[in-house]
Design a binder for this molecule. Structure first.
Ligand code: PLP
Ligand code: SF4
Length: 441
């Protein structure tokens, strides 16, 4: 490809040449579901990643294009009716807002981790684990394309009250001066790599000064390698990005790109291979992560393939996540036991160089909880779990047990095993949990 980024949204997706090959129903699904869930794709995804001969089941098509089943039937019918009746934009927007609010737009208590500087609430920062601060630069709260499973989707839908964003890098620096326990700063979004090289530089360069000696690693969470690898190749400031990465490494700090890849196909194009090679040449490391998603990557072979390709290209497999309870979760969710089986099968097929990956892991209010497996202990079938990261660092790597529940897809559906009334990290007995009914009933 020799052109610049071209984005497609609900307003212009009909101009994608391949769209004319879709059935009327598939196009209607995009129009209806795309009103509620954010929809954006681009020319690279369309031309180099999607298999248009097979869209009904194509994982990359499903990753970007809204599918009928992603929306509860009741809501689908409602939006369809409003559109058929030519309802006014105001009326449609009102309903869309209500539906979005019912989809748990801010899961797992992220708002609990927003720190203060004196009286000032630092909305662009999350500080949950002592050593790592998450920073959400306001210019990075969009992406080169949108994943249909994304839990950050309120940020793209104009629900500004929920936007974790901070215009001022100065506040971040002030906070880091006061928090010498922080060793890692993780730029996240959206996707920080949508920012211009000069904006990114304005945030990163001050961190290289001697007063931030305690910051050892600068991390950037990004899906750009999968959605727009040309960011590192032919954009007008691609060379400046590469220079900035070199500068970080020359300063003696570690630069780690936390790259999101959901499917091995995203690692197969010439462009992504070139981009990875160019980043690695700067001295930066690339670690990879993805959630486990029904319809996209729910097969062990896809994961072992993905990890092997990553290691081939010099990347380090890092996390396998369990899909969060937000947006279209029902469409993507996989029972915890099955998640563990997929992880185990994939893990057992690869060499030790791929086994740097950890998971499957739930990012819950209390921490990152890994499903170690299902086991029978003296006649009781249980889940064995542990914290990879804990809100309290003392919880980390202590095995604990939950009653076996074949339907459970998230921590909030698990009860302590062996008749205990709470998990070891809970202060009060937890309410007895049942597998959630469908959230809209
Ligand atoms: C995952 C995560 C981090 C980083 O954890 P590592 O295990 O060090 O990669 C930091 N903060 C939050 C809130 C996280 O969810
Ligand atoms: S790239 Fe990341 S933040 Fe953006 S839509 Fe996908 S998962 Fe969400």
């Amino acid at each position: 490809m020799n052109t610049s980024l071209k984005s497609y949204t609900l307003h212009n997706f009909r101009t994608i040449p391949q769209i004319s090959s879709l059935s009327k129903e598939l196009i209607e699904n995009i129009e209806i579901v795309g009103r509620v869930l954010p929809f954006k794709t681009n020319n690279y995804v369309v031309e180099e990643l999607i298999d248009w001969s097979n869209v009904e089941t194509d994982p990359i098509f499903i990753l970007n294009f809204p599918q009928k089943e992603m929306l509860d039937k009741k809501y689908y019918t409602l939006i369809k009716k409003l559109l058929d009746e030519n309802a006014s934009k105001e009326v449609i927007d009102e309903y869309v807002k209500k539906i979005r609010l019912s989809l748990n737009p801010n899961p797992a208590g992220q708002e609990h981790n927003v720190p203060y500087l004196g009286e000032i609430k630092l909305k662009g920062i999350q500080h949950k684990y002592p050593e790592t601060v998450l920073f959400f630069p306001s210019q990075g709260q969009t992406c080169h394309a949108y994943c249909t499973f994304c839990f950050r989707w309120p940020q793209f839908s104009g629900m500004s009250g929920l936007k974790f964003a901070m215009k001022e890098g100065a506040l971040l620096l002030k906070y880091l001066r006061l928090h010498k326990e922080v060793t890692d700063i993780l730029f996240t979004g959206g996707d920080p790599m949508v920012m211009s090289a000069s904006t990114l530089e304005a945030y990163i360069k001050p961190l290289l000064e001697p007063e931030f000696e305690h910051i050892r690693s600068i991390r950037i969470g990004t899906k750009s390698l999968a959605y727009w690898p040309y960011r590192y190749l032919i954009d007008k400031d691609s060379d400046d990005i590469i220079k900035l990465f070199e500068l970080v490494n020359k300063s003696g700090k570690n630069l780690s790109i936390q790259a999101h890849f959901n499917h091995p196909r995203e690692l197969s194009t010439h462009a992504v291979k070139e981009a990875i090679a160019r980043i690695r040449k700067t001295g930066a490391q690339i670690r990879t992560q993805s959630p486990l998603l029904k319809h996209i990557n729910d097969k062990a072979e896809l994961w072992s393939q993905m990890w092997r390709k990553q290691v081939d290209l010099g990347c380090v497999p890092y996390y396998m996540f369990i899909a969060r309870d937000t947006g279209a979760k029902r469409y993507f969710e996989i029972p915890l036991e099955r998640c563990w089986q997929i992880f185990r099968q994939a893990y057992s097929q690869v060499s030790g160089l791929c086994r740097t990956v950890r998971g499957p892991s739930m990012s819950d209010v209390a921490g990152k909880i890994q499903v170690l497996g299902v086991q029978e202990i003296k006649g009781d079938k249980v889940f064995v779990l542990r914290f990879i990261q804990g809100r309290n660092p003392k919880w980390v790597h202590i095995p604990f047990f939950a009653e076996y529940n074949p339907k459970a897809t998230w921590m909030d559906e698990l009860n302590p095993a062996f008749g205990e009334d709470k998990f070891f990290f809970e202060e009060k007995p937890s309410k007895l949990k049942t597998t959630k009914p469908f959230p809209f009933e």
